[in-house]
Ligand binder design. Structure first.
Ligand SMILES: *Cc1c(COP(=O)(O)O)cnc(C)c1O
Length: 513
């Protein structure tokens, strides 16, 4: 009896069994690898259609309008074929996604990505290694470890350094503050937080950060039980870098008030300005005051492989720990970040030996279980993306991409600096420029600038960001596309000015009437 006949006869008697036989199995293995290949080709052709017809980074659709499209989706009722599901996705996602590779996307720290990393995503998902233990990852563990060692070398952190891949800067910063807190308690208070929880003095702990630092530091303080109040925000100088005199004063004040300084966090590349805190000077203060020093280089980390501007991040090696986001300035897909410590022993803060997973005996035998260094258990093999990028393209080329956007930002700043309608706040050290539209009439500037950003977003032609500096609204561009040109960026500035003029005209008329 042939297969088809067999099925048919079964179908008569056992309808459900027949259905199971007719249905292809979607479990990925040697039988479905051909099916996967053809679906990937389908998906790529859908993507290429989308990319080839893309005229702007965003359609401008409103969340309300978009929500309507989702109202009809019944998740209990599948589309039954991949092709139909893909078709639906075109409408629900690809049509109105925000595309970071478009040079007119210049809002946040989202980079265009290198395509070997996209292929790596396919491979790492297909094999589906989990980087918690050697027995779930094998070679993947060594790939991650080699990248950690390589990055530690780029930091010039020395022989004792180590690290771990994280979901990004937020998780890396959380780890830094966790280790800083626990290490302080161990060293100064002879108190083991891992076993006993927070010591009674914890309400007096203070962590010093610049006022331009990332909000994940506040969030981490809250998560760690120290609260927002433990964060001391140190004013910045005219270049938006932490003012070291003010840092010293803030530490002195805290000590006088009976508070307990624990750590100082420098930012190498603030999210708004790309400014780099004076790392050498901060390290001197941290050393003298016996404080943990963390450097948040989520944005500035790309300088580690820069051919032109490596010196801008010199001093990072003086830190006790460092945050690096490969998904920002190493042109990697989200998520891809890592956390580093100068002395690997500190990572034991997050070690817990579970009999079923990573017993102490395995560590003693020399089995590398990365879970011993991570706050996650099951963990993606994100390292493979960076690995394939470095093995295909090389660090020099990635560094070159970052150099190009830094140069572009310098050129843009030069080009708009003397424009009477544009006020530029910072001379970019990395690739972010904070500015605003100025009109002769100084009224309504905040509203006008907020409105400029909203109108650009609604139109979708160019996406820029907004921020507040000393209570006033500003606009911001973060240039991360090495293929963007000065001309393209200046066209966006022309649009900004045109919108600004229209809006200030409107407001003037409203005021008169
Ligand atoms: C982006 C950023 C973070 C947060 O990183 P995520 O990867 O988004 O979690 C932290 N610090 C700085 C300075 C950043 O720019």
């Amino acid at each position: 009896m042939g297969n088809a006949q067999q099925i048919e006869s079964l179908a008569v008697s056992h309808l459900t069994t027949a259905k199971a036989l007719y249905q292809p199995s979607y479990i990925f293995n040697e039988h479905s690898v051909a099916a996967l290949k053809s679906r990937v080709i389908d998906a790529l052709s859908v993507l290429s259609q989308r990319f080839e017809t893309l005229e702007k980074p965003f359609s401008g659709i409103t969340p309300q309008h978009m929500a309507k499209k989702f109202a009809d989706v019944d998740l209990s009722q599948p589309q039954w074929t991949f092709t139909a599901a893909l078709d639906e996705l075109k409408e629900l996602y690809l049509k109105d996604a925000v595309y970071f590779h478009n040079p007119n996307y210049m809002a946040h720290l989202n980079c265009p990505i290198v395509y070997p990393a996209i292929v790596a995503e396919l491979i790492l998902s297909a094999v589906n290694s989990s980087l918690d233990t050697w027995d779930q990852s094998a070679g993947a563990t060594l790939i991650e470890q080699r990248l950690l060692d390589w990055t530690s070398e780029c930091i010039r952190f020395g022989e004792a350094a180590d690290g771990v891949f994280t979901s990004g800067g937020t998780q890396s910063n959380l780890m830094a503050m966790l280790i800083a807190r626990d290490e302080f308690c161990r060293r100064k208070l002879n108190h083991d937080v891992k076993t006993n929880g927070l010591p009674s003095e914890f309400t007096k702990f203070k962590i010093f950060v610049s006022e331009a630092s990332h909000f994940s530091l506040q969030k981490s303080a809250a998560i760690l039980g120290l609260g927002y109040e433990s964060i001391v925000s140190v004013p910045t100088d005219e270049h938006y870098r932490m003012n070291v005199a003010q840092l010293k004063a803030a530490i002195d004040n805290a000590r006088e008030a009976g508070e307990i300084p624990v750590a100082v966090i420098a930012t190498a590349g603030t999210t708004d300005f790309g400014s780099i805190d004076p790392l050498h000077e901060i390290s001197k203060v941290a050393h003298r005051e016996a404080l943990w020093m963390h450097v948040d280089a989520a944005y500035g980390g790309g300088l580690l492989i820069s051919n032109q501007y490596r010196d801008r991040i010199d001093g990072i090696e003086l830190a006790d720990s460092v945050t690096i986001d490969f998904h920002k300035t190493f042109f990697q897909p989200v998520s891809c970040g890592a956390f580093f410590v100068k002395n690997k022993k500190h990572l034991s803060c997050v070690t817990h030996h579970a009999d079923y997973l990573n017993p102490l005996s395995q560590s003693q035998e020399g089995t590398p279980n990365l879970v011993n260094k991570s706050i996650q258990t099951t963990r993606r093999f994100d390292a493979l993306k960076l690995w394939m990028s470095l093995r295909t393209i090389g660090a020099e080329q990635l560094g070159q991409y970052f150099d190009q956007v830094i140069e572009l930002a310098q050129k843009v700043e030069c080009a708009v600096r003397n424009d009477l309608e544009i006020e530029v706040l910072n001379k970019p050290e990395l690739s972010a420029i904070v500015f605003r539209f100025l009109s002769a009439n100084k009224q309504n500037l905040c509203t006008i600038n907020q409105e400029i950003r909203k109108q650009l977003f609604k139109d979708g032609q160019a996406i820029i960001a907004g921020t507040k500096v000393k209570g006033e609204s500003y606009l911001k561009i973060t240039l991360l596309n090495p293929e963007a040109s000065l001309e393209q960026v200046l066209v966006v500035f022309e649009r900004i000015k045109r919108l600004g003029r229209q809006l200030s005209h409107q407001y003037n008329q409203q005021n008169q009437s």
